[in-house]
Design a protein around this ligand. Structure first.
Ligand code: UD1
Ligand code: PEP
Length: 435
């Protein structure tokens, strides 16, 4: 278990380029299984989850060629389905959440799929009903072996249909879309998730020959095609990393320019940080955050306390709520952070409270943060990173704190943030990776 030793109090300065989007990469990589032709992908982040998925694809027989630091080509012309029967496959696939999205492509192309319970953050119940509900609607048979926690699906000759999803699940929608693109006839998916990750996936599938309309909305129409071909794809900058850098800049009084942020794809993320009082200037496609001694959280128009809550896209992503929460600890004012989707994602606030933050955890979904307006800086402590976004929030807290902090279990952070220590040290941070 590796750790970060973080010296707090430095003001950072400079430019940072966001990595390719982690959650998009996980979808896009699974889609290479849909064609025997070559698929070239650019801006692939060098992070644990993505590397594990690439390794898994290689183990399944996909030919993987590294073309450059962030570019790979994939050719799934000889997928070894027997590998799916091995312990090794089940173990590797269960190490990350994104692996669940190999099921849709496997079902579409080979009529069968198998997976052990996928991993990912332990942030509450993470049900997969929507995925299997969609597969079943297309005509697949689904069986869950609860003893061994293995999901089996089988179904040749999938047939297009109308379906209304029980929730707008992100990975669920991606999985169902990938299963449906080669089903016979028309599929309509209502209450589909429509995050930029999914827009990117659908655009890529269309370039491969799929016929998907409604991209970017919650109503997708898919005309099944017989086969898909190769393509080239470039990942968007990671919007969660961009939000994390905005929070980091505010907390540490840093002057940071986030380069090539594709601002028009960020939805209400910039506006949400503005409501936290943080000054942002959009310069072309860059986001410039000046050094700010003070920032004041807005109230609602009637003067009542601001709530920042997650919602399905185009609402505010749940993956940035931990960052909003930590950023509020040094703002002036009060905010209620309401994490509606996950029930165990706010417990990390006990570490921030130990550092001196004023937070009331109202219940597992809601925390009220009373900003200290930098009157009482946080103090460095030893802490463990419970999940990826809490981990980065603790890193931001540690960088702003008086004294030195140790953050354990940084594998969680490495799951989603590429060379985070080196990139922040280049801006003036002092983060040391210790064994
Ligand atoms: C690999 C990947 O892409 N992971 C992301 C993906 O996870 P993932 O696709 O696993 O998350 P889902 O979208 O399925 O659901 C997330 C949670 O929200 C709940 N839910 C979902 C939809 C809805 O309309 N109502 C509702 O309450 C679900 O029950 C679940 O508890 O999307 C989540 C929600 O943006 C993100 O936090 C994860 O980072
Ligand atoms: C929860 C997240 O990831 P995963 O779904 O991979 O656990 C996340 O990216 O914030």
């Amino acid at each position: 278990m590796a750790s970060f030793r973080v010296k707090g109090g430095n003001h950072l300065k400079g430019e940072i380029i966001p990595q390719g989007a982690k959650n998009e990469a996980l979808q896009i990589l699974c889609a290479v299984l849909l064609t025997p032709e070559e698929v070239t992908i650019h801006k692939i982040p060098n992070i644990r989850d993505v590397n594990k998925l690439i390794e898994l694809l290689g183990d399944m027989g996909v030919k993987v060629t590294k073309l450059g630091p962030e570019s790979y080509s994939f050719k799934a012309d000889q997928v070894n389905l027997d590998y799916l029967e091995t312990e090794d496959f089940l173990k590797k696939a269960s190490a990350l959440r994104g692996s669940v999205m190999i099921l849709g492509p496997l079902l579409a192309r080979f009529g069968t799929g198998k997976l052990s319970k996928p991993g990912g953050d332990k942030i509450g119940r993470r049900r997969m009903d929507t995925h299997f509900f969609g597969f079943q609607k297309l005509g697949a048979k689904f069986h869950y072996d609860s003893k061994n926690e293995i999901f089996h699906i089988d179904g040749n000759n999938l047939k297009g249909c109308y379906m209304l999803l029980d929730e707008a699940s992100v990975t669920g929608t991606a999985n169902i879309v990938m299963a449906a693109v080669m089903a016979e006839g028309k599929t309509t998916i209502y209450n589909a998730a429509c995050e930029p990750y999914l827009q990117q996936l659908c655009d890529m599938l269309n370039r491969m020959g799929a016929k998907i309309t409604g991209v970017g909305s919650n109503l997708l129409h898919i005309d099944g095609v017989k086969k898909l071909g190769g393509t080239e794809h470039k990942m968007l900058p990671d919007m969660i990393e961009i939000g994390s850098f905005i929070g980091l800049a505010a907390m540490t009084q840093s002057e940071i320019t986030i380069k090539d942020a594709q601002v028009h794809r960020l939805g209400i993320i910039p506006e949400t940080f503005r409501r936290m009082g943080i000054k942002l200037e959009i310069k072309g496609d860059d986001i410039y955050i000046p050094a700010q001694k003070h920032y004041e959280i807005e109230t609602f128009i009637d003067g009542s306390i601001l709530t920042v809550a997650d919602a399905i896209w185009p609402g505010f992503t749940p993956d940035l709520l931990s960052i909003v929460l930590v950023t509020a600890t040094q703002a002036k004012g009060t905010v209620l952070v309401h994490q509606k989707m996950f029930e165990s994602r706010l417990f990390f606030v006990d570490k921030l409270i130990d550092m001196g933050a004023q937070i009331i955890l109202c219940d597992p979904h809601r925390a009220t943060v009373i900003g200290l307006d930098r009157k009482y800086p946080l103090k460095g402590i030893r802490m463990t990173s419970p999940d990826i976004r809490a981990g980065v929030s603790l890193l931001i807290a540690a960088l702003s704190a008086n004294g030195t902090s140790i953050i354990d279990n940084i594998e969680q952070i490495d799951r989603g943030y590429q060379y985070i220590d080196e990139r922040l040290n280049a801006l003036g941070a002092e983060i040391e990776r210790i064994a």
